[in-house]
Design a binder for this molecule. Sequence first.
Ligand code: C2E
Ligand code: MG
Ligand code: MG
Ligand code: MG
Length: 283
Amino acid sequence: HAKSQGVNRYSYFDPVMTEQSEARFKIETQLREAIDKQQFQLFLQPKMSAKNETVVGCEGLIRWSIDNVIISPAEFIPIAEENQMIIPIGYWVIEEACRMIASWSQQNIAIKMSVNVSPIQLQDPRFLKRVSEIVEQYSGVAHYLEFEITESSLMTNLDKVMGLFIELRKLGIKIAIDDFGTGYSSLAYLRQLELDTLKIDRSFVIDIPDDYAIPASILALASQLGLKTVAEGVETHEQLLWLAENGCDVIQGYYYSAPLPRAAFEKKYLKNRRQDHTHSMET
Ligand code: C2E
Ligand code: MG
Ligand code: MG
Ligand code: MG
């Protein structure tokens, strides 16, 4: 009898439940097992210097594969944020980035890597402690690590976030504001927070060069504030030219490459990057 199995269990399988919530329940259950089953991986998208078109870094973007199907973060990150699973997943992402940076640095490849950090992760009271434990475990990686945090997530708890960013930067970790320009927030926070980078949202890059008022303003603002700039979603040569001419530091987008599995990224972008003039052969 259904009722004897408990109210919760009964309601999960209520016949009036929509197909949508059924799918959602399935995703939630599978998300809980995904780390142990090693179903996550970070794809890597290169970040190129606008000046000389060399790779200066990369962004790690999570992918979830079940049964040879790759699920996009747009589909599961919002669910993971709602049920707090983003917290363990987020630590996995940070640790995986540290593992990659450490392995590259052992090969004398110095490349920066950024990962996305959800506002829910910042609310975890153990966040700073866990992050410092992770970066200590892979010594020397922190200076190559950057956290991308969306603008819209900053305003809810500005005081707390302000202190957190100071501590993260003491560890050597850099802070970027992701999707900048879409967050409806006060510009005052840009002076209050310790930041390194603004990432111009793709929605503003798309109209370059026809409509450049907003990207031009963001570049001017960043320059006045002494922040580095990255343009995301760059797809055309015209966009690249405009951004390079107008002082954008770093270009990211399909124009160079979509996010790639690690092996493909290393083959395409890191093969000739060994700095052999250092004493790499001795160690
Ligand atoms: P985001 O951090 O703003 O990442 C940029 C997204 O734009 C990525 O989608 C990337 O594949 C895509 N993209 C890059 N270049 C282009 C381009 O030229 N044209 C177009 N149309 N798209 C481009 P992706 O990988 O599906 O990630 C979507 C969002 O999911 C990310 O946006 C980020 O907010 C979130 N996300 C991804 N990985 C993680 C993660 O590890 N943790 C958290 N918390 N969120 C993540
Ligand atoms: Mg990002
Ligand atoms: Mg972005
Ligand atoms: Mg975006």
